[in-house]
Design a protein around this ligand. Structure first.
Ligand code: GAF
Length: 384
């Protein structure tokens, strides 16, 4: 059964009625531009063909009921739970957070029944939470006839995650889940929220993106993420700029010399050079030179490993093994401390690269990785 069919079947089973519609939103991989979004910088994600689907129908009053195929649980909440942040916890908190953020923004949110099914793996750094937020938001916007254009939806979904759920993430994942276009990467300026859809036709170039789930155990991701964000904000204040995006690449060594310690200098160097790598990648993609982006991907990974200190042995091993087996480039994608690695490979070489990573994992005694090849898919959409 497809994920859309599972959402509809779940809806029927739980509510004994058909849904009024189904809305889908994808997970994402970020081609390049990590930990740049909350520094007002640049990112270049694309949507995965793996999606979360919300089947939904109106329900009277200010009440919301949501079922998830993942846990088999049904959670109910009402106005009281969405007048203050954080009152619904766990996976349903992302749903309640969307209702809360819409109400905070002054929208009359319709009561609703929802059934959620998903193909986006949890905890793999592929942004399953933003996919859930975006699918639910799309459903509520349509059910309520709310005047909330797609361009304004990522900020609202981010508010749900930052303030209701309490995760201090940037705007990338929600933007990817909502604004991506099939066959394109999304070049997003996280300060202005302007986007450019950059053609990213892997097939035409005889290339593929292999996404390898490192299957590394969860390692305090939330605390480490917040710590990185904190040091970036402190560094921007010390350098007297609104955000690290405003630190120029030219004269970077002189700028770094103004910072008090080596760790802060490394954090800043990652963000400034990563922003430049995003711009350089975009230039190459505009010139249809996808093969040439490999070294930028590798430099991004090195910077995340050595300067931003967000990689773990499993992801470093996957990157090294992929490159040794002939990948044109490889890097960790997402927030770090585990999650996925992406490798740019010749299309007919992807099994060789995947097998090489599996072999390297076995030699190091790591839990076997899983992998899939992906092409850029569409952002949030109504299915029927
Ligand atoms: C996570 C966050 F949710 C994003 O906002 C972004 O900061 C990313 O980590 C790192 O680039 O996915």
């Amino acid at each position: 059964m497809t994920v859309a069919d599972r959402a509809a079947a779940g809806f029927h089973q739980v509510y004994a009625q058909p849904p009024a519609g189904r809305w889908a939103a994808p997970g994402r991989v970020n081609l390049i531009g990590e930990h740049t979004d909350y520094n007002d910088g640049f990112v270049l994600p694309f949507a995965l063909p793996l999606r979360t689907v919300a089947a939904a129908a109106p329900q009277p009053g200010e009440t919301w009921t949501v079922w998830s195929e993942l846990t088999g649980e049904t959670v109910d909440f009402g106005a009281a739970e969405v007048t203050g942040a954080g009152r619904v916890t766990g996976w349903a908190g992302y749903v309640a957070g969307i209702v809360w953020a819409l109400r905070e923004a002054g929208y009359q949110v319709p009561g609703a029944r929802l059934a959620i099914a998903s193909d986006v793996p949890l905890g793999a750094g592929l942004s399953s939470s933003a996919a859930l937020e975006a699918a639910v938001l799309a459903a509520l916007v349509d059910l309520g006839g709310l005047d909330l254009p797609a361009e304004a939806q990522p900020r609202l979904a981010q508010r749900a995650e930052n303030h209701y759920v309490g995760a201090p993430t940037g705007i990338m994942d929600q933007s990817a889940a909502i604004r991506c276009r099939a066959g394109h990467a999304l070049f997003l300026d996280c300060r202005t929220e302007q986007v450019e859809h950059i053609p990213f036709d892997l097939n035409a170039a005889g290339l593929a993106i292999l996404v390898i789930d490192s299957n590394a155990p969860h390692r305090h991701v939330d605390g480490e993420y917040a710590a990185r964000r904190n040091s970036c904000e402190k560094a921007a204040a010390l350098l007297d700029v609104p955000a690290l995006r405003d630190v120029p690449t030219d004269g970077l060594d002189d700028t770094l010399a103004r910072l008090p310690d080596d760790e802060t200098r490394r954090r800043v160097r990652h963000v400034v050079t990563e922003n430049q790598r995003v711009r350089d990648t975009v230039e190459l993609l505009r010139a249809r030179q996808i093969q040439q982006i490999g070294p930028l991907l590798v430099a991004s990974h090195t910077s995340m490993r050595d300067d931003f200190a967000i990689t773990v042995p499993e992801v470093d091993t996957a990157v090294e093994a992929a490159l040794a087996a002939g990948a044109l480039g490889a890097r960790m994608t997402g927030g770090g401390f585990g999650g996925c690695v992406l490798a740019l490979v010749e299309a007919d070489h992807s099994d060789t690269v995947a097998n090489a990573v599996t072999g390297a994992y076995a030699r190091r005694g790591f839990t076997a990785p899983t992998h899939t090849t992906v092409t850029p898919a569409t952002g949030a959409t109504r299915l029927d």
